[in-house]
Design a protein around this ligand. Structure first.
Ligand SMILES: C[S@@+](CC[C@H](N)C(=O)[O-])C[C@H]1O[C@@H](n2cnc3c(N)ncnc32)[C@H](O)[C@@H]1O
Length: 270
């Protein structure tokens, strides 16, 4: 079996097992010292011993990273991003169409929202979501300077991007998901905002590649992304490997199972 096929098989197995593994892991963890289960959502645990780059909260075996503060916003507009992240290659891979409703979750200063606004045109909208008002202020200033009218800033919360239900063709997150303090709730609400068949793209620095010069908690492996997507109504579509440092992992929102379909495993009355 080729290495690629083996990886894909492993990924599919993990994706399928995702729901069970968190529940099984939970029971064992609660007995350990220095570990506390989140009373509001037992999917999460807090550990006394953790990385200084993280918030001490764990989800599916991964420690959540600190949010990048608005004082570091200059880093998002650095010129070296062109070489390090090839924004035009990423945008091409997202297969955007004129008129699309796009959600740029964790928009920051709008580095990607501005570039995407040209492609979706005047009939499309980019919703630039962020939890930091300061980032949205910088976004607003950058949009004004560039004369862009089809990008709309949205103030989200740590658990909800506050987007209209069933409205989004494509939601994407560049270097953002690993910072969500409430990844499960965020994913639930992002899925609610997607149209059926709408796509969700994770763009994360590759954990598998030790040469990628980014702190560990700010990287994600493909398997971890698949695992964390597994509780949600999402189907993996493709992983695009065209960027120097990041994965582009794409899912689409599946239709809710009809009652008849959902009950096919239930015993039937004769
Ligand atoms: C590293 S920056 C990336 C910004 C932008 N995507 C880019 O690549 O230029 C991460 C951004 O995600 C935002 N963020 C973190 N948690 C969020 C959440 N739950 N909802 C929306 N934005 C969030 C942060 O405020 C920050 O602006």
């Amino acid at each position: 079996m080729s290495r690629k096929l083996l990886l894909l098989t492993l990924a599919t197995m993990l994706f399928a097992l995702g729901k069970e593994s968190s529940a099984l892991g939970q029971a064992a963890l609660t007995k350990a010292k220095g570990i506390r289960v989140d009373p509001n959502n037992p999917r999460y645990t807090y550990r006394l011993q953790h990385s200084r780059d993280g918030i001490g909260k764990f989800y599916m075996g991964r420690e959540i990273a600190h949010v990048m503060g608005h004082l570091g916003a200059g880093w998002l507009e650095r010129s070296s991003r062109e070489v390090e992240e090839r924004p035009q290659t990423l945008i091409k891979a997202l297969k955007l169409k004129a008129g699309y409703k796009v959600a740029d979750i964790g928009v920051g200063t709008g580095y990607f929202a501005r570039r995407i606004s040209r492609i979706i045109g005047p009939n499309g909208t980019v919703y630039g979501v962020d939890i930091q008002q300061e980032m949205l202020d910088l976004l607003e200033r950058n949009l004004k300077n560039a004369g862009i009218k089809n990008v709309q800033g949205v103030l989200g919360t740590i658990s909800n991007p506050n987007l209209p239900a069933n409205s989004i063709d494509l939601a994407f997150m560049v270097d953002v998901y690993h910072e969500f303090s409430h990844p499960y709730e965020m994913m639930q609400n992002i899925c609610n905002a997607l149209k059926i068949g709408g796509r969700l793209a994770f763009i994360e620095y590759r954990m598998e590649d030790p040469k990628v010069p980014i702190k560990l908690l700010h990287k994600m492996s493909q398997l971890q992304v698949l695992k964390e997507a597994s509780p949600h109504p999402l189907e993996w579509v493709e992983t695009i490997s065209v960027l120097p440092r990041q994965h582009i992992i794409i899912f689409k929102k599946t239709a809710p199972q009809s009652a008849a379909k959902a009950n096919t495993n239930e015993p039937r009355n004769p």
